[in-house]
Write a new protein. Structure first.
Length: 356
């Protein structure tokens, strides 16, 4: 039996979207390929409220995160982490020989504008990374406030991980001053995994020009220059099936209406949070709780593996806690094309299994 996914990626993908992956192939050096890329870019720009260029990478989101920190750090990067995915940027910097410092907070707390200001004040850093929505803790950081602070430091390239929030919450790239905004297909966008997407500012490109060793496949400058000069094509063969599905899904998203889509996510989040507080507790500080997933503290000491096994027999799947929260928390994703009635059905089944 297919298990309906309520995990924070991969998510359920609509049948018609899946079908687009089976579109007959076109050459990647054709006018059709250029048009497909241009159409996707225009729609992604709407999704992120930006005039910045859009780049696709045939990798998961991690690929573009590594690309950003490696391609654009000239002096030193400041990595702000509120959980596992935030820390990954630091691992990437170390693995690539990029100078970087890690600034962490207690799990369940956000990165604040004040913390970012204090770090940038030192003048040591010319790139920062922030996680918009930390999937391991269920925190959504106040990036609008952080953006205001970063604007005081015009040399700093601002990289933002929106892997688990893009298309599930409003992300205003130009207003917030985000230079590189990264996401991937298999979370709130509601597509199969395998493609990463970013918006990139001129400032980030100028920074990349000053970096000597940017790698090859994930060199953001090389990708950007190809898109600009070669009529929106890529240096290597992109995942054309994903591009067809993405183009189609972006039409669906814009048809739903961005505000409507964000509102639907808000309603699901409010519902799951209220349920979690009634029966358990939240891991995240509620003022900064994510609108695309809820991380629930296992206060009743339930066997989460067993819960998932029983849910599986009924055709559902939720997620265990991530990293050090495994067994101590469980996560319910409410993102992409999931609806409130589906969430209610899932929660009724959990109540039934646990005798709540
Ligand atoms: C899933 C996730 C990633 C990793 O993305 P991949 O597409 O699996 O590489 C990074 N950051 C956050 C916040 C995520 O949720």
């Amino acid at each position: 039996m297919h298990k309906k996914l309520f995990i924070p990626g991969p998510v359920e993908v609509k049948e018609d979207v899946l079908q687009k992956m089976a579109t007959p192939m076109i050459g990647h050096r054709t006018k059709e390929a250029s048009k497909l890329q241009r159409d996707i870019s225009e729609k992604v720009m709407k999704l992120f409220y930006t005039e910045n260029q859009v780049l696709l990478s045939t990798s998961s989101g991690t690929g573009l995160m590594e690309a950003a920190i490696r391609s654009c750090t000239r002096k030193k990067a400041a990595v702000f982490a509120v959980g596992n995915f935030g820390k990954r940027w630091h691992q990437m910097a170390v693995a690539n020989g990029v100078d970087a410092d890690l600034f962490e907070v207690e799990w369940g707390k956000p990165t604040t504008a004040k913390q970012v200001d204090e770090v940038l004040k030192t003048g040591e850093y010319d790139l920062i990374t922030v996680t918009h929505n930390e999937t391991s803790t269920g925190i959504m950081n106040p990036v609008d406030e952080i953006g205001e602070v970063v604007k005081k430091y015009p040399d700093v390239v601002f990289c933002l991980d929106t892997v688990s929030s893009a298309a599930g919450a409003k992300i205003e790239v130009d207003k917030w001053g985000v230079d590189i905004c990264i996401t991937s297909t298999q979370k709130a966008l509601g597509l199969p995994p395998g493609l990463a997407i970013c918006t990139i500012s001129k400032k980030a490109i100028e920074a990349a020009k000053e970096v000597e060793n940017r790698g090859f496949y994930l060199d953001l400058l090389r990708l950007y220059e190809y898109i600009e000069k070669k009529d929106h094509q890529y240096p290597s063969t992109p995942s054309i099936p994903h591009m067809y599905a993405l183009d189609y899904q972006l039409d669906r998203i814009l048809e739903e209406g961005l505000e409507n889509r964000f509102e639907r996510h808000q309603e699901m989040a409010d519902y799951v949070r209220a349920w979690a507080k009634e029966h358990f507790e939240l891991i995240a500080d509620e003022d900064y709780a994510s609108n695309t997933l809820t991380n629930i503290k296992n206060t009743k000491d339930i066997d989460i593996k067993e819960l998932n096994r029983k849910l599986g027999m009924r055709g559902f799947m939720v997620s265990n806690g991530y990293g050090k929260l495994k067994g101590k928390a469980f996560r319910i994703a409410h993102m992409a094309d999931t609806t409130l009635p589906e969430i209610k059905e899932l929660l009724r089944n959990i109540e039934d299994i646990l005798g709540l």
